[in-house]
Design a protein around this ligand. Sequence first.
Ligand SMILES: NC(=O)c1ccc[n+]([C@@H]2O[C@H](COP(=O)([O-])OP(=O)(O)OC[C@H]3O[C@@H](n4cnc5c(N)ncnc54)[C@H](O)[C@@H]3O)[C@@H](O)[C@H]2O)c1
Length: 319
Amino acid sequence: MVESSKQNRKVVIVGAGAVGSTYAYALAQSGIADEIIMIDKNGDLAKGQVMDLVQGQPFFPTVDIRTGTPEDYSDAQLVVITAGAAQRPGETRLQLLRKNAGIVGSIADDVANSGCGGVMVVVSNPVDVLTWVALKSSGWNRSRVLGSGTVLDSARFRHFLARHCGVDVHNVHAYFLGEHGDSEFAAWSMTHVAGIKIDEYCPACENCSDWKEERKQIEQHVRHSAYHIIDSKGFTQFAVGLALVRITGAILRSQHSVLSVSTYVDGEFGISDVCLSLPCIVSHDGIRQILISPLPDEEKAALANSAGIIKQAIASLEG
Ligand SMILES: NC(=O)c1ccc[n+]([C@@H]2O[C@H](COP(=O)([O-])OP(=O)(O)OC[C@H]3O[C@@H](n4cnc5c(N)ncnc54)[C@H](O)[C@@H]3O)[C@@H](O)[C@H]2O)c1
């Protein structure tokens, strides 16, 4: 057992399904957190996930793992929302969106009412819309409410680029930006391999026959990744769980990491009142800064397109 104290790096995970439990599993092994609390509407599920996890404790760094209640929000440094309803037969996407907005809005409300002084990360989909909902429900400053956004998509992008170029994924710096969804786009202007701009690196490498075509294919692979995984196994869990550990590390360890999280945009790039992914400096108090890079016109247009799509979804909640 870890002594409970205000200084503990306490993470509350709301939603103990595939994503929440895989994140908890990866987080436990990372050694980043002192306390991991799991909450789910389905109490038996949360209990079972916790029992299964704690029995692995001899094999990972010391961490207290238990089920919790909304009272646990008050001294959490981080609350991660992976709760959501699955689509029912006959249910429209809009009905599902409204249901999930209700779930996330009410959790965010509870977190804010608890007096929690930490950071909230929304994972439930559609993540950009639900991050906006959580921000508005909580009434918190925009820096403390973020969405996992395209951190996962950026990891997928780096994976495909590394494989294509035949280099270590850690030598690839690349971001997907905009909506975590169909309108997301590769920020090619920010993509580097070992410090070399991708457009200068790739045509020179042996694996490239037609770089323009390869570019298109890599971007499509990233955009369709979730569909391919869901077609095969029904849901995604591992890469998203690890992306969440990366975000958690940036917050609990105050790392000032640049991550493409979903953030409330208030005039940046001429866009406002919407949440979408941009490269942000993430630290213990959430988003320190949105990095404004000089995007070329086509990437600015793609960003504006994403913003329009997310805004429409937000408007549909109100209609
Ligand atoms: N942002 C990303 O990159 C990303 C990636 C994968 C999945 N997701 C999203 O994450 C969410 C969870 O996915 P999953 O596969 O774990 O789903 P899941 O159905 O396995 O788990 C969701 C859990 O939420 C719980 N829940 C529902 N309402 C609740 C409430 N009010 N309070 C507490 N718990 C509640 C359910 O009981 C369920 O256990 C989905 O919305 C999914 O689309 C996001």
